[in-house]
Design a protein. Structure first.
Length: 289
């Protein structure tokens, strides 16, 4: 690995302030700019990022957290409570955490209301963002570049799959790759996922009642992929966003889903939330040690 060069690039990026929305802070996080493998003119596109260092000085694992179609911010344009919560959860396990923003540098705030196939930020772009962020992580002091992970939700979960597909040329050629990856309720039916070959240990966490990104295509993807064979957990009665604390509601502004035009259900499920967090931590402990 050419880690000396990556460390220099990472140190330079750490000196820069993030370029996300004003006030988009997070307690305990350092604002950073993270180069994507995607380009803006002659230069790499820079992703606003939030860097949560775990305590201790021993080289430790690190995970990249990938937001869903609503982006990484809440309505007040602060880093969402969910992302901050997961960063704290993983930091407590001795895992460094990076959260990146794929939308703001491309002039978007959300993709949920945009039809699949017409979304203005694509999975090709998000895969390049993730691969660039993994390279940035490998360059950071105190990070073990051989123990990098991905964690994504919904659209970000699809990015987890796109960035770990060993059969894709960009993934195969990337100088840094993920060792393990977790995807909450990703969209697995896209053309991008056909012929998926896992390049990392993979855990899929799915809701049985999900009518936005149905579990069936992900179960089929896992059954046809491997080795390593992806692990799959399906939570009975759980809808999209089951790991949140938000009440269940019907979103009628989403044109995609199992029943187009009828909206999709989104909201937390206390049992699935608790069980999925325990499953996530067990997986992270197994593959980050």
């Amino acid at each position: 690995m050419r880690r000396a060069g990556w460390r220099l690039a990472g140190l330079l990026a750490l000196l820069a302030l993030g370029a996300g929305p004003a006030g988009a802070g997070a307690a305990g996080a350092q604002r950073v700019e993270v180069p994507s493998l995607d380009r803006r003119g002659d230069a790499a596109l820079l992703q606003p990022g939030f860097w949560f260092r775990a305590p201790g000085s021993t080289p430790a694992p690190a995970m990249l957290l990938l937001h869903g179609c609503a982006g990484p911010y809440d309505r007040a344009r602060q880093l969402s409570h969910r992302l901050q919560e997961y960063a704290a959860l993983l930091n407590a396990e001795g895992v460094h955490v990076l959260v990146t923003d794929s939308l703001t540098p491309r002039g978007e705030h959300e993709l949920c209301s945009q039809r699949i196939g017409k979304r203005r930020v694509t999975q090709v772009q998000r895969r390049r963002d993730a691969l660039g962020a993994l390279r940035w992580l490998a360059a950071q002091p105190g990070v073990d570049a051989d123990r990098l992970g991905l964690l994504g939700w919904s659209n970000g979960g699809s990015t987890v799959l796109a960035a770990t597909d060993a059969g894709h040329d960009e993934v195969a050629a990337a100088p840094v790759s993920a060792h393990f990856a977790v995807a909450f309720y990703p969209g697995c039916a896209a053309e991008l996922m056909r012929g998926y070959r896992p390049g990392a240990a993979l855990l899929l966490l799915l809701g049985a009642a999900d009518d936005w990104t149905a579990p069936g295509p992900c179960q089929a993807l896992a059954a046809s992929a491997g080795p390593p064979v992806p692990e799959v957990e399906v939570y009975a009665g759980a809808y999209h966003g089951f790991d949140s604390a938000a009440p269940l509601r019907l979103r009628t502004d989403v044109p995609n889903g199992v029943n187009p035009g009828q909206g999709v259900h989104v909201g937390g499920d206390p049992a699935a939330r608790a069980a999925s967090r325990l499953r996530l931590l067990r997986f992270v402990r197994e593959f980050s040690r």
